[in-house]
Design a protein around this ligand. Structure first.
Ligand code: ADP
Ligand code: MG
Ligand code: MG
Length: 252
């Protein structure tokens, strides 16, 4: 078992008006084989948490820690984080002109594992994984994210999960812009990665819809840069009925 531990994390960004604190003391422990949903209103800092775990340079950690099995994640470069077993799917995946999906996936897999995958098994693995996610075969020769629809980008994120086999995945708004069929396919992919690889998942979402397909073990409600409440799956059901008003009213 592996553990990703976030302790009293404070994060600021530089703005024209000076430094602004976004995360105000986040503490969260995720073990492999657990799914944690982070839910909360827009602007509460969910993506900031994801970007900070990913090592985005814009976000300054002013205090607190993130460790993976005791190793200091904040000291790691973005590449080292991936090597250590962290997978970060960004809310807006970037386009990489001139690089085909096949080359991108193989290069990334090689960097993560520290050795190139054997070509024959790799080609088979990619084909199989693409098939499960209902990704068209000629996708492999297209440039990374170039002209991909929102749904296609999400599928490719999950394709990476299947191929890279990370210990932990941080999925930020993976449900946004997906129709029900795509949402099911993507959710099945996440569930498969969890069952087959005991992946731990931090599932960040504004809406409860995806939680019908990916069952969280724990739900954390994020308000104003902090966890305002924690519970089990029943908390997601309550949020579906009541929304976030009660948390926002408390803050008003
Ligand atoms: P969420 O994902 O919950 O909607 P975010 O983490 O995106 O929340 O944003 C939290 C707060 O931080 C918001 O007030 C947002 O305006 C601010 N913020 C986040 N990232 C930036 C940024 N790069 N530049 C300016 N403000 C930012
Ligand atoms: Mg589980
Ligand atoms: Mg966000």
């Amino acid at each position: 078992m592996s553990t990703l531990e976030i302790k009293d994390l404070h994060v600021s960004i530089d703005t024209e008006q000076g430094s602004k604190e976004i995360l105000k003391g986040v503490t969260l422990t995720i073990n492999t084989n657990e799914t944690h949903a982070i839910m909360g209103p827009n602007g509460s800092g969910k993506s900031t948490l994801a970007s900070t775990i990913a090592g985005h340079p814009r976000y300054n950690v002013t205090s607190g820690s993130i460790t993976l099995d005791g190793e200091d994640v904040l000291e790691m470069s973005v590449d080292e984080r991936a090597k250590a077993g962290l997978f970060l799917a960004m809310q807006y995946p970037v386009e990489v002109p001139g690089v085909t999906m096949t080359n991108f996936l193989r290069t990334a897999k090689t960097a993560i594992d520290g050795e190139a995958p054997k070509l024959r098994t790799w080609t088979k693995d990619v084909k199989e994984a693409m098939g499960k996610l209902k990704i068209d075969a000629d996708f492999a020769q297209r440039n990374v994210n170039e002209g991909f629809s929102g749904g296609e980008k999400k599928r490719v994120e999950i394709l990476q999960l299947e191929l890279f086999k990370p210990k932990f995945a941080v999925l930020d708004e993976t449900d946004s812009g997906l129709d029900v069929d795509a949402l099911k396919i993507v959710s099945e992919g996440v569930n498969r990665a969890q069952e087959e690889n005991q992946m731990g998942t931090l599932l960040i979402t504004h809406y409860t819809r995806i939680l019908r397909y990916i069952k969280p073990d724990f739900v954390h409600v994020f308000v104003d840069g902090k966890i305002a409440e924690q519970g089990g799956p029943e908390l997601a059901d309550r949020l579906e009925e009541e929304g976030y008003d009660r948390y926002l009213n408390v803050n008003a």
